[in-house]
Design a protein around this ligand. Structure first.
Ligand code: C2G
Length: 131
């Protein structure tokens, strides 16, 4: 069984998120998703996600393409997460191109092209303009 691992915040879940999870799953048989915590997001972006970590995780774990979920507490724990989940492939969108190449000694690292013209940031901007 080929295990795929991917990570993300998946705030204001949108088609780009769905597409990367479907494409990640298509690379193997079993998809594990690390959903980043609110605290990790705050440390990265200095703001909390719009949707809290319980809600974001609940959405991800109900998806047909997703077999298992866990909370990603720290970017520094990535190697440990790969080992713990026994992942064969780490998949990320190409906004992370090259950032995880160091894990090539533990698993295959694949960057998939992002879905164009959609992002959580763009959605927040659109709502801001409307209101
Ligand atoms: N994504 C995509 N197309 C978009 C938007 C996002 O393919 N239009 C992908 C991203 O490349 C990423 C995944 O969807 O692989 C999740 O995106 P985010 O929620 O923005 O994740 P991020 O905050 O970058 O967290 O350890 C890494 C982090 O947890 C990733």
């Amino acid at each position: 069984m080929k295990k795929i691992l991917t990570f993300g915040t998946f705030d204001l879940f949108h088609i780009g998120h769905l597409q990367i999870l479907k494409r990640a799953k298509a690379l193997g048989d079993y998809l594990v998703v690390g959903v980043s915590t609110d605290a990790l997001n705050f440390s990265k972006k200095q703001r909390n996600p719009i949707c809290n970590q319980q809600h974001r995780m609940e959405i991800i774990q109900e998806l047909k393409s997703v077999d298992e979920v866990f909370y990603e507490h720290s970017l520094e724990l990535k190697r440990q997460y790969i080992i713990d989940t026994k992942a064969d492939v780490l998949v990320m969108g190409d906004d992370w191109q090259g950032r995880f190449d160091e894990f090539n000694d533990t698993c295959e690292v694949v960057y998939l092209p992002r879905t164009p013209s959609i992002s959580t940031t763009a959605l927040i901007e659109i709502v801001r303009e409307i209101t």
